[in-house]
Design a protein around this ligand. Sequence first.
Ligand SMILES: [Cu+2]
Length: 334
Amino acid sequence: MFNQAFAGTTPLQGSDIAVQWDSLYNFLVWLSIFFFVLVVGGMIYFVFAYRHHPGKKTQYITGSHFLEAIWIAVPTLLLLGIFTWGYSVYHSMTQAPSDAYEIRAIGKQWLWTFQYDNGRTTVGEAYVPLNRPVKLIMTSEDVLHSFFIPNFRIKQDVVPGMYSSVWFTATVPGKHQVFCAEYCGTSHSGMLAKIIALNDEQWEAWNNHKKLGAIPEAGSDFSSSSSDLSASRVVAQVSLAEQGRAVYETKGCLACHSVDGTQKVGPTHKGLFGSSVEMADGKVLIADENYIRTHIENPQKNTVKGFNPVMPTFKGLINETEMNALIAYIKSLK
Ligand SMILES: [Cu+2]
């Protein structure tokens, strides 16, 4: 019922989260309306009901513990309820399932680039499978940006020098508008992209490097859309991890690291990703994207226990697309 009342005032519900988000949002709007009417209505009523009458003296009131208890208990319970509800929506927004399909996004003035495990790169368009969790691992090449998909009710800051992530399950096929939601310079408003949610058949075709027909906007009539999957244009492409292997080799990582478990000057990268690594100072860190990136750009920050801090910094020597590939490669070394 909450969702219908404001139909049209919020964008299309294109993801699982959008439905949860809208219920909470609409509940808050209704709650505000309820209290607005109660308070302002009461105020207006009292202004008239208790206006000055000659000769009539206002009763002397010292207080009411009963009333005080009510106006403490009711707002407290309401706010705790809103907090719990909000936290649960926030929790499902931020905890990506481990089997999510991963895409790496790079923001730069003023466009978005996307890298896929299969080695493809797209600019301004992110292709995602329908009804399947998708995780975006994002960074920026220059300033702060923010990745905002109104149809999915998802927004996340994109920060240079580190990775942030969002996830969603697209439930409506077609193109979904993306905005940059953090002022990032002259053409900030033109920093647009589309999430293109593909059905199984189209997703299969996209993964096999076949040409897709025109994909309509999300929410429009799909029955009329032609899906020209026959016109295949198979491109031989190396996977993102393979591109990363090339970076790994040309940047000379192999001089000090191995990928097969043998110890060199530095630790092996076999099985590194996702493991817990102990530092010289006793701290234990999880080897995720941010850990690896930080170590490559700023190796002096943390030193792995049992090794000498001799790794040189590669800051400025590896660009964002190479870094994504490099991490995908290290991740593939199971
Ligand atoms: Cu931007």
